[in-house]
Design a protein around this ligand. Structure first.
Ligand SMILES: [Zn+2]
Ligand SMILES: [Zn+2]
Length: 427
């Protein structure tokens, strides 16, 4: 995890550079609302992980301790030629397991329910890379147990896991075209664009993390074709900027089908069969529209520029608070970050409502701001996590930001209401 934390500043710099190129060239690869939603989903995934990643870690450590077939000494993983070879083997082994975890993540309904979050963006840029699920802790770890059975030290697993994730960041871009032989060996922007497509020919292709060789070996490789431009997104679009709904959307429609299925076998089977499978009677009673890509339109509800400005400012503040929460978690554990995380999640939910300009969005935001102040005071006081001086600074800043935000929300709300009434009178 340490490695990922170190990589975050580079991620952000690369993202800003890509955004600048997009603006200069006018390529339209970025839309504020979509990027905000991706970053919100990533923020939710990181912070919910403080509470959910413990279970997979405990199970993996237990398997390693009790069932490892080989006793591998961590000291072997040094910087000698033999050590580097072992690191390379560990990375390849991890990437092989990742391939199967990712492939089943698309091909089995209950696993797709977790992974779909990464694919809901209808744009494709570096912010899409940070768009991660919050429920992979449920099953993903199962695919990596063979590594622990082979005795992979936990520290090595954590490192290669991080390297695999960090590698995948750069491939989420449309600014890099085809790269020749590299496209046939490694996962690259071109072949990962195919993976994020909803075009028939591209569906369920290119699952690799670092090496695309696995796809070529196991028959799931598809090259990006010049005459088939990629349409990004999922077949059942999210059509929402709510990061929580993004995480439950697929579970929700699987649950709907399970409730309405007649046979018990189907009620259970729905979760474990091929993604998209539905019992016949459910399909007849509640038919789902087939996606027509020729008329595909991105989800893009109108967003007032003042609200967009407000949302972007609060997303930046949220990103900063994630860094603070990360430090708090590493020094004081999960208990210490419960209340800051709840406050952050309420912010993400509110930013989602504001991005969609929901009728209740301003009211929700005002309530959030008025609750957040006493909550911060209570939380930090109770856990005595911060030194008195830090406590004063954090509370002071929170108080100031919240008060400015209340004023900004009230001003934005009345300015939009004025514009609306002006529009009505001129019509
Ligand atoms: Zn995927
Ligand atoms: Zn991706």
């Amino acid at each position: 995890m340490e490695l990922i934390a170190l990589a975050i500043p580079f991620f952000l710099i690369a993202l800003l550079a890509e955004l600048a190129v997009d603006k200069v060239r006018g390529t339209g690869f970025y839309r504020a609302n979509d990027a905000i939603n991706s970053l919100s989903a990533g923020t939710l995934s990181t912070t919910s992980g403080y509470f959910t990643n413990l279970l997979p870690a405990v199970i993996s450590a237990w398997v390693l301790q009790n069932f490892a077939l080989i006793d591998v000494d961590l000291a072997l993983f040094d910087m000698s030629p033999r050590g580097l070879l072992l690191w390379a083997l560990a990375l390849a082994g991890f990437d092989f397991c990742y391939y199967w975890q990712h492939r089943l993540g698309h091909e089995m309904s209950i696993l797709w329910a977790a992974h779909a979050v990464h694919h809901q963006s209808e744009d494709y840029n570096l912010s899409t890379a940070l768009r991660q699920t919050s429920t992979s802790f449920l099953f993903s770890w199962i695919f990596y147990l063979p590594l622990f059975l082979l005795g992979m030290p936990f520290e090595v697993f954590v490192t290669v896991n991080a390297l695999d994730l960090i590698y995948q960041f750069w491939v989420h871009t449309q600014l890099v075209g085809k790269l020749g032989w590299l496209d046939r060996v490694m996962v690259t922007p071109s072949n990962h664009r195919v993976h994020h497509a909803q075009n028939e020919i591209y569906i369920d292709r290119n699952y690799g993390g670092i090496f695309i060789l696995w796809d070529r070996m196991f028959g799931s490789f598809q090259e990006e074709l010049d005459d088939e431009p990629v349409v990004f997104g999922v077949r059942k679009p999210l059509r929402s900027w709510n990061p929580f709904w993004a995480n439950v959307q697929v579970y929700n429609y699987l649950w709907f089908d399970a409730v309405h299925a007649g046979r018990w076998m189907d009620k259970i089977g729905i979760w474990f069969r091929r993604t998209g499978w539905r019992p016949e009677e459910v399909e007849e009673r509640y038919p789902k529209q087939r996606a027509d890509l020729s008329t595909f339109k991105k989800f893009d509800p109108p967003l007032h520029y003042r609200v967009r400005r407000y949302v972007v400012a609060h997303l930046i503040l949220s990103a900063l608070s994630v860094l603070g929460i990360g430090v708090l978690f590493s020094t004081n554990g999960a208990n210490a970050v419960v209340i800051p995380c709840i406050a952050l999640w309420a912010t993400l939910l509110s930013l989602g409502f504001l991005s969609e300009m929901k009728s209740y969005a301003f009211r929700f935001e005002l309530v959030r701001l008025l609750i957040i102040i006493p909550t911060c005071l209570y939380g930090m006081n109770r856990y005595e996590i911060l030194a008195e001086q830090q406590f004063g600074t954090v509370v002071g800043i929170t108080l100031l930001v919240s008060l400015i935000s209340v004023a900004a929300v009230l001003a934005t709300r009345s300015s939009i209401a004025r514009e609306d009434s002006n529009n009505l009178t001129t019509q």
